[in-house]
Design a protein around this ligand. Structure first.
Ligand code: VGL
Ligand code: ZN
Length: 194
């Protein structure tokens, strides 16, 4: 099978956007940029993968049960929906993570599709070798997804114009970017790609 590229959109969900339960500052600014990337990938008939945070109401990921975060992206709630302006095509493949009430998971490589297939198996079955990645948040799910992808031998391009970070500590997002690049991710923006 021919090695393929794919667009990987991480957690562009209402709860990570302004007004949401775990809002990332300017998180919604990635939406119009992704819409342009989506157009490129559709034109080239390349796959588009959208990861989502998809938590049960009770999970060790939330503060009330020992975790770090306020409740967010609870399964089947409006906060867990993709941003309404994100133009995901019907053929986009949606994968979900964070369903295990006993553990934190920040990486798309812990996600599964609607048939329960593990993300890495999905990528391999589709012949995908290179991932173009952006989304929310730079210093959590984007970072952990990219570090896993690199460990597993995928080529990774970080779309630096389509990421926003949480910055629990100031500088976390920049550190995350530096780490992803140091481990082998390439950087690109819409103008360098198109
Ligand atoms: C995320 C914090 C908690 C993310 C998910 O998508 O980056 N961050 N859950
Ligand atoms: Zn979460």
């Amino acid at each position: 099978m021919k090695a393929k590229k794919a667009l990987l959109i991480i957690d562009v969900q209402n709860d990570f956007c302004p007004g949401g339960a775990l809002a990332v500052s300017e998180g919604d600014r990635v939406v119009p940029v992704f819409n342009k990337y989506i157009e490129i990938f559709i034109k080239q008939k390349l796959p588009i993968l959208a990861d989502r945070d998809w938590h049960p109401a009770k999970t060790k990921h939330f503060k009330a049960y020992g975790g770090l975060w306020p409740p967010h992206c609870i399964q089947n709630t409006p906060g867990a929906r993709f941003h309404p302006d994100l133009k995901l095509p019907p053929e986009a493949i949606i994968v979900s993570k964070g369903m295990d009430p006993d553990k934190d998971s920040y990486s798309a490589f812990e996600a599964r599709d609607d048939k329960g297939r593990a993300f890495v198996d999905l990528l391999r079955s589709m012949g995908i070798r290179d991932l173009f990645v952006g989304g929310l948040a730079t210093d959590y799910c984007v970072k952990f997804s990219i570090l896993d992808a690199l460990k597993l031998g995928f080529g990774v391009t970080l779309l630096t114009d389509a990421i926003k970070g949480i910055d629990v500590q100031p500088g976390d997002s920049q550190k995350a970017i530096d780490e992803m690049i140091a481990r082998g991710a390439q950087k690109a923006t819409y103008s360098t790609l198109s």
